[in-house]
Design a protein around this ligand. Structure first.
Ligand SMILES: [Zn+2]
Length: 331
């Protein structure tokens, strides 16, 4: 049932908890992808964010651990596991997410939500090692609770919970789980610090709601959605037609041997036209898909450049718009 602390392969000793941490890291990446996809994040940038976030968490964690050796204040606040500072890890990841969300004009609340879910999944799996290797039964409870936290929050994200709430709830639940099960990692100042962070996040989130734009009326949104859906249908039809007339797909072109040179020129030209039409259909379809995704997550109709509402008249003419008239062509 239990797993040994280490295995030896050719005189090389492998600590098995590192294997857990590695698999947990893979799970973290998977959840970032799985959750981020739902919000329409650019997947490539999202993976960059995941790696940079982990790196930044590690570096901050090491720095704070070194500081805690020199400063009693830091030592009092922080919780440490081995030679890593938990406070440092939280600050490092948070700092990286805030900076990158500013750089790429992403919603910081959504990004924090995605990453708090992936960290819950990471914790669930890595803490399991304390049960399976070190026979600590609380490790099993914590693992199950973190898994439950992930499953419940991911279930209600984007439906019942507004963006930003998953992050705040995650912090509160995690603090509860850890202080309930791991007495040695209980630090009152650290708990207060985390709870404060979660409240500050909610306050800023609520203020944003109040200062935000008046939402597009539900009627207009529905009619724009219908326009987009029928556009999508139309584009799919266009792609099917292009597949049929693409000379590359023409199976009997070798059999028909009229004039080989004319034939080749004709084929090249029509191939070019088909390719152009296909590229433009692909681009249009991507824009339509993006607009529909933005409707699903509730940031439709906001300029990607300045964050202000896009003019209603512009949306009526061009429902795929992701920028206001002023920032047209700058996306
Ligand atoms: Zn703008």
């Amino acid at each position: 049932m239990y797993i040994p602390e280490f295995i030896t392969i050719n005189q090389f000793q492998l600590q098995l908890w590192t294997v857990f941490v590695f698999i947990a890291f893979v799970l973290y990446l998977f959840v970032v992808w799985f959750e981020g996809r739902k919000d329409g994040f650019d997947i490539e940038k999202l993976f960059d964010t995941a790696f940079l976030g982990a790196l930044s968490a590690y570096v901050f964690s090491k720095i704070l651990f070194e500081l805690s050796l020199r400063s009693a204040v830091v030592k009092d606040i922080d919780v440490e596991i081995g030679s890593l500072s938990v406070l440092g890890a939280v600050l490092g990841l948070g700092f990286c997410l805030i900076v990158l969300s500013r750089t790429w004009r992403w919603s910081v609340y959504r990004l924090l939500d995605v990453f708090s879910l992936s960290v819950s999944a990471f914790l669930s799996l890595s803490i399991l090692s304390s049960f399976l290797i070190y026979k600590n039964i609380n490790g099993l409870y914590a693992s199950v609770l973190f898994l439950g936290q992930y499953l419940i929050l991911t279930r209600f994200r984007n439906s019942k919970l507004k963006s930003g709430f998953v992050f705040s709830y995650s912090i509160v639940i995690s603090v509860f789980i850890v202080s309930l099960l791991f007495e040695e990692y209980r630090s009152l100042i650290f708990i207060l610090l985390l709870i404060t962070m979660s409240l500050v996040n909610l306050i800023f989130r609520e203020r944003k709601d109040m200062t935000g734009r008046p939402p597009i009326s539900q009627n207009l949104l529905n009619s724009l959605k219908n326009v987009l859906l029928s556009k999508r249908k139309q584009l799919k039809k266009e792609q099917r037609i292009l597949d049929q007339i693409d000379p590359a797909n023409d199976t009997d072109r070798d059999i028909d041997n009229a004039d080989p040179i004319d034939e080749a020129v004709l084929e090249d030209t029509s191939k070019e036209i088909v390719d152009l039409r296909r590229t433009s259909a692909d681009n249009m379809q991507q824009l339509v898909r993006k607009a529909l995704a933005r409707m699903r997550i509730g940031n439709y109709g906001i300029c990607e450049v300045c964050g202000k509402p896009i003019e209603e008249a512009r949306l009526r003419i061009y429902p795929e718009a992701t920028t206001c008239t002023e920032h047209m062509g700058k996306e």
